[in-house]
Write a protein that binds this ligand. Structure first.
Ligand SMILES: Cc1ncc(COP(=O)(O)O)c(C=O)c1O
Length: 955
């Protein structure tokens, strides 16, 4: 390697934990001589990729930042007035630096281990409170993927809520003409497979009868008009249906909220609360509803409960509603959502408070009316006189206006040949108004207008002006100075265990390094300030990155085409299944609707299949964790006439490369089915094998696992799908391109975070991405080799090896010591570690996936912790420790418990809190003790409690 090649590959050892001498020692522990030997032992020869990946070679971090900066400058940042659900916003610097750009917030996982997640749980509770207050509906979730998806989720929820049995009596769902086009588009995609009949019309004249389950309207509507929906809501209610309002949180600071108008559900995007446009995302959508829907709400809900000491503690509520429990009866497949962006939006509300938000909204409304009146003075007519931030202007000569706008680097919304939309956001200045009005000017008279000091919004109808208060909770009212906000953010961050504390070995989740150089460009304005519907000639930088990334992903998967639209893994599954469905239908096979799904599959698989209108047939597993090929054969033959396909995960969710995989895919193809591969475990494939090589037809990739997008505490994510040539014509389209089947609001989903995966591939290059896979396998097998002397390891291959993850069986300890998997998970917190994945795919086990990014020392600390916990279990088994009062049952131990004057346990405080030496050097304190889940579900509280409850706590 010459000097420059060496420099170019400098990122590889930054991303991969073990160095050369560690590698040697680890291989020795496993009992092998080389990495190649390990890989040949684990990955079946029949599916090995026989060629190097055709990807560019690695470039250095510095070189990458230069390249991506240059590429960004190919994007033209115009002043955007396009609106349509996306508005430029000012991210408060304190939030940008301390949340958006802070690994303490963006590297967290979904808060399944609530005791070490209290910070983001509190912030997500703030988000729910903010949404609930502004919409005036009592229950809100902690985010969905985007506004269009949220609308589709609302439609599906209402449809299933009203039609409780399989006999659908109320199939119709009314869609007002004036909702955003991209929302309509996703509604169509989602309605068709589950046989919801969409009926379009004007809400004011619609006839709603008992064949309707519900309706959706937009408030303010697509053209910016503020309509009074009270009469319509009554009409739908009288017919026994429910109303969804797609709405705007900022507008609701000035408008009568949906709940007070009688709406049953409110959905929308929280993007304009400080979250950059990013060419479409990631942004947090919100979903709020009346109490009667609380058990049907899609997505995650944060709730208040108590811990073992009786102290207030937060956790995800009503887990039994989640899709993984419902499986084939699921009505939603939402798993990863948009937690980080929900946290940013909540912090924006904390930062500005109710008065600050209102004053932003008023400023926007006043600027909008200033523009509107100036344009009217110039002889133009508006579609509506009632508006907040958006006006729609009737024009004869759109071309002339467009030319003038583009000369001034202004984007307006060109709705059709006679309508132009203008949406004002919080970044618009008085100077901007001159340029904007100038587009409608005759070039003779200079633009002039007045904004009086005491101007007020005059175009919000009096009977729709907000009179109720909102955001009255102290959290939205006490943090005004930057010091206060910064400390509040830090205080929450300190309660959460993130990758900047220790490894998070969650099997199936791939919590690898999210490198700083991959993250930095996201804040740059030429990536961050791009509107998703900006004209194509302004987005050359994005187009280049998207094209190159698509090509790389096709090469990695050995497929021919790629869609970067799905914005989560589950969304990818859904999109992939629709692609299969459309393919069958194109061949006249409308009846092919049976999807075979192995028993071990992730819950999103059957949920996505049901949403795609398919019938799920479960395939059994053998003792060794492999798919039962005989059962599969029988079921494929039994359903041959109607077989749509199979969904497999590879390596399987049990962490093994099944040698039988090609046989499995061949059986499905023989029966006319297609093979969908869940790409959650792609981290064990890149460069060694590929979905195309195992016989799959389409797969999704969790870019937030294998390709370095951080999990953000439960999102964002991206779930692009790649497929073989014959499926390419059926990939998701977008209304902007006059194509159908869209699954997301924006053409490229959460486009800005694609940069992270792009950076990952460019800085690792062909050699590095393959090495990452090899080291992911090495790290897992090293841990397996150390731990198998102390625990039973489930489902290794015939050489006794695992893939990139492995399952530790904790079930025997229930009998021997009354210790459950949960006790081990909570005890790990005392050792400074996040628990591995618990009870998936096998109840009573933990699944460990260390990833390639962890070094040997960190792996050893984790193994030491588990081995010591095994010794602690032994002391219970042999009667030295009490079965009830022991360090496992009482875990986790908080600082308050350990430092209290009273200590009545048989084990010492030191054993409780500092059980190994390394813990004394880097102690992470769980902020609450073991959480009582049932208490929280029985006494459901999903918003910040009233101030009085704090007063009682203090008293
Ligand atoms: C095997 C598997 N499939 C699908 C998913 C769903 O992906 P997402 O959470 O991005 O929707 C997961 C998520 O953890 C998974 O582990």
């Amino acid at each position: 390697m010459n000097l420059f090649e060496k420099q170019a590959s400098e990122f590889i050892p930054r991303h991969i934990g073990p160095g050369a001498s560690d590698t040697k020692e680890m291989l020795k522990t496993i009992g092998l001589n080389s990495l190649e030997e390990l890989i040949s032992d684990t990955v079946p020869a029949a599916i090995r990729m026989q060629r190097p990946l055709n990807l560019p070679e690695a470039i250095s971090e510095n070189e990458y930042l230069k390249l991506i900066k240059e590429m960004s400058l190919k994007n033209k940042v115009y002043k955007n007035y396009i609106g349509q659900g996306y508005y430029d916003t000012i991210t408060p610097s304190v939030i940008l630096r301390n949340v958006f750009e802070n690994p303490g917030w963006y590297t967290q996982y979904t808060p399944y281990q609530a005791e070490i997640s209290q910070g983001r749980l509190e912030s997500l509770l703030n988000f729910q409170t903010m949404v609930s207050d502004l919409t005036a509906l009592p229950i809100a979730n902690a985010s969905l993927l985007d506004e269009a998806t949220a609308a589709a989720e609302a439609m599906a929820m209402i449809f299933h809520h009203v039609n409780k049995t399989d006999r659908v009596e109320r199939p119709k769902f009314f869609v007002d003409n004036e909702i955003f086009p991209q929302t309509k588009d996703v509604l169509v995609t989602r309605a068709t497979p589950i046989a919801v009949e969409l009926v379009y019309g004007n809400y004011a004249t619609a006839l709603i009868d008992t064949s309707y389950c519900g309706a959706i309207v937009q408030y303010p509507n697509d053209k910016g008009s503020i309509e009074d929906y009270r009469g319509f809501v009554n009409k739908v209610h009288d017919a026994g249906g429910h109303v969804v309002m797609a709405t705007d949180l900022l507008a609701l600071t000035l408008l009568t909220p949906p709940g007070e108008l009688g709406a049953d559900v409110a959905v929308g995007s929280a993007q304009r609360f400080g979250v950059p446009l990013g060419f479409g995302g990631p942004h947090a959508a919100f979903f709020a509803a009346k109490d009667e829907f609380k058990r049907n709400l899609p997505g995650r809900i944060i709730g208040v409960s108590i811990d073992a000491q009786g102290n207030r503690a937060l956790r995800m509520a009503l887990q039994t509603r989640e899709q993984h429990i419902k499986r084939e009866k699921a009505t939603s497949n939402i798993c990863t959502a948009q937690a980080l962006l929900a946290n940013m939006a909540a912090m924006y509300a904390v930062f500005h408070g109710p008065l600050g938000l209102k004053s932003i909204a008023e400023r926007i409304a006043i600027l909008t009316q200033t523009v509107a009146e100036a344009i009217e003075e110039r002889g133009f007519e508006l579609v509506s006189d009632n508006y907040f931030d958006t006006i729609t202007v009737r024009v004869d000569n759109i071309k002339a206006i467009r030319e003038k706008a583009e000369r001034q680097q202004i984007n307006l919304r060109y709705i059709n040949n006679n309508l132009i939309g203008i949406s004002i956001d919080e970044t618009v200045t008085v100077d901007d108004l001159y340029d904007l009005i100038n587009c409608f000017e005759n070039d003779v008279d200079p633009v002039a207008f007045d904004i009086e000091e005491d101007d007020e919004p005059r175009h919000i109808p009096l009977n729709l002006a907000r009179t109720s208060s909102y955001l009255t909770h102290p959290v939205f009212n006490i943090y005004r100075s930057e010091s206060q906000v910064m400390r509040y953010i830090k205080q929450l961050e300190n309660k959460d265990l993130s990758l900047n504390t220790s490894m998070i070995s969650l099997g199936s989740c791939t919590m690898k390094l999210n490198a700083a150089s991959e993250m930095i460009p996201l804040s740059w304005s030429h990536w961050a300030k791009m509107h998703p519907f900006a004209p194509v000639d302004q987005t050359a930088g994005y187009q280049q990155m998207i094209k190159e990334l698509s090509d790389y992903l096709c090469e990695i998967t050995a497929f021919d085409a790629c869609s970067l639209q799905p914005n989560s893994g589950a969304q990818g599954e859904y999109a992939g299944l629709l692609t299969i469905k459309a393919y069958h239908e194109s061949r006249g096979d409308h009846h092919r609707n049976v999807m075979l799904i192995p028993i071990s599959a992730h819950g999103t698989n059957p949920a996505s299949a049901v949403m795609a209108g398919m019938k799920v047939v479960v395939v059994k597993a053998l003792e060794n964790g492999y798919i039962d090929v005989e059962d599969l054969k029988a079921k494929a033959a039994q359903h041959a006439d109607n077989l749509s396909g199979i969904m497999i995960t590879y390596p399987s969710t049990y962490g093994v490369y099944e040698e039988t995989v090609k046989e499995i895919t061949a059986i499905i193809h023989e029966q006319g089915g297609q093979v969908y591969m869940d790409g959650a475990n792609m981290n064990a494939q890149v460069g060694l094998t590929a979905p195309g090589l195992i016989g799959a037809d389409v797969c999704h990739l969790n870019l937030h696992k294998t390709f370095a997008i951080p999990h953000g505490g439960g999102g964002p994510g991206m779930g692009p799908i790649c497929c073989a040539k014959h499926l390419a014509p059926f990939l998701p389209g977008h209304v902007n391109e006059q194509t159908s089947n869209a699954v997301s609001a924006a053409p490229y989903g959460s486009a800005s975070i694609l940069l992270i995966s792009y950076g990952y591939i460019r800085m690792l290059g062909a050699t590095g991405v393959k090495a990452a896979t090899e080291y992911a396998i090495l790290n897992a097998n090293y841990m397996r080799a150390r731990l198998e002397k102390h625990f039973d390891i489930l489902y290794t291959n015939h050489n006794g090896e695992c893939a990139h993850e492995f399952i530790v069986d904790l079930r025997p300890f229930k009998k021997s010591a009354e210790v459950e998997a949960e006790d081990v998970a909570k005890r790990l917190m005392d050792y400074g570690f996040h628990a591995p994945t618990m009870s998936f795919p096998v109840a009573g086990t933990i699944m460990i996936e260390p990833t390639e990014s962890e070094d040997k020392a960190e792996l050893d600390r984790f193994c030491d912790a588990l081995i010591r916990i095994r010794e602690e279990i032994k002391t219970i088994e042999d009667g030295t420790a009490d079965k009830r009062d022991n360090a496992l049952k009482n875990a986790p131990h908080t600082q308050a418990v350990v430092c209290a004057n009273e200590w009545n346990h048989a084990y010492t405080r030191q054993e409780a809190a500092f059980p190994l030496y390394y813990v004394t050097q880097n102690k992470f304190w769980p902020s609450v003790a073991r959480i009582n889940n049932t208490h929280g579900d029985r006494n459901l509280i999903c918003t910040c409690e009233p101030v009085s409850s704090y007063a009682e706590a203090e008293a």
